[in-house]
Design a protein around this ligand. Structure first.
Ligand code: SF4
Ligand code: SF4
Length: 263
């Protein structure tokens, strides 16, 4: 059995970690100490046992030097979060791109985004220096997709015309494209949405690109050939054009209530 945890001598055998573990990976022995046990399911390093332990006796192996914070109260009030949702707008007009430090800080902030089976298998690419190459790559794929949406035709014409002019029909003034790759589509989508909100809170912003994602859907293998450094088995499931917005919005705008069916 592979040991995933370090359980210290401060354990009092209360059993809270055993109860919270959905993988049956823990037990309290006759010595009143928690220990890892073989179970049909492997420990997926969710960290719930570490989080509930009243004695801080459990540490995920590999994170021994990382100090964890108390989580008794949510650090953001619901009203503040709701206001952030209302405040956030898609941004297509930019003063400048983000710095590498800003991008790294955003990526680091969303390391807590949930993933299926806690795989944490979400990787990102930032396209900036090879922006024009990537536009040509997307246009070549979409050209063969036989789409009849006018926006796609407009984009292909823009690329074929040498990308002259200010507004790229897919990225507008954006010159920095963030792409999230994962095995399960929701992993990338959740991570990118968390990143979007964090960017908003940090004064950056952007918009999610449906059209670039369409190129990935049309021909995943060809699309991925642009990203040889992304791990095998991952696919692009979320695309976000990012930068420092220059458009200031003065007020929130109304939105429809979402339909809800109670069953
Ligand atoms: S929750 Fe902590 S103190 Fe309680 S049994 Fe598990 S390791 Fe020991
Ligand atoms: S990390 Fe998660 S799966 Fe592993 S022992 Fe702790 S609670 Fe169970």
């Amino acid at each position: 059995m592979k040991s995933e945890l370090i359980i210290s001598g401060s354990c009092i055998g209360c059993g809270a970690c055993v109860k919270i573990c959905i993988r049956g990976h823990l037990a309290v022995g006759e010595d009143r100490r928690a220990r890892e046990i073989d179970s049909p399911y492997y420990c997926f390093r969710c960290g719930h046992c570490e989080s509930v332990c009243p004695k801080n006796a459990i540490t995920l192996r590999g994170f021994e030097d990382e100090v964890q914070s108390p989580t008794i109260l949510p650090p953001v009030q619901a009203s503040s979060l709701a206001e952030l949702y209302r405040y956030r707008r898609s941004q297509r007009w930019f003063d400048r791109s983000c710095t590498e430090d800003e991008i790294r800080s955003l990526i680091s902030s969303i390391r807590y985004a949930p993933t299926a089976e806690n795989s944490q298998a979400v990787e990102f690419a930032v396209i900036q220096e090879r922006f024009d190459d990537f536009m040509r790559h997307c246009a070549d794929i979409l050209r063969e997709g036989g789409h009849d949406h006018p926006r796609i035709g407009q984009f292909i014409d823009y690329v074929d015309g040498g990308m002259e002019g200010k507004n790229n029909p897919f990225t507008w003034e954006g010159r920095q494209i963030l792409i999230a790759f994962s095995k399960v589509s929701t992993d990338a989508v959740i991570a990118m949405e968390e990143l979007d909100l964090m960017a908003t809170a940090m004064g950056q912003g952007g918009f999610h690109s449906r059209w670039i994602l369409l190129a990935s859907e049309d021909d995943p293998e060809r699309f991925m050939s642009f990203f040889p450094e992304i791990s095998e088995g991952l696919m692009a499931y979320a695309v976000f054009i990012i930068g420092h917005p220059r458009q200031k919005y003065r007020r929130t705008v109304p939105r429809n209530e979402r339909r809800l069916v109670m069953m």
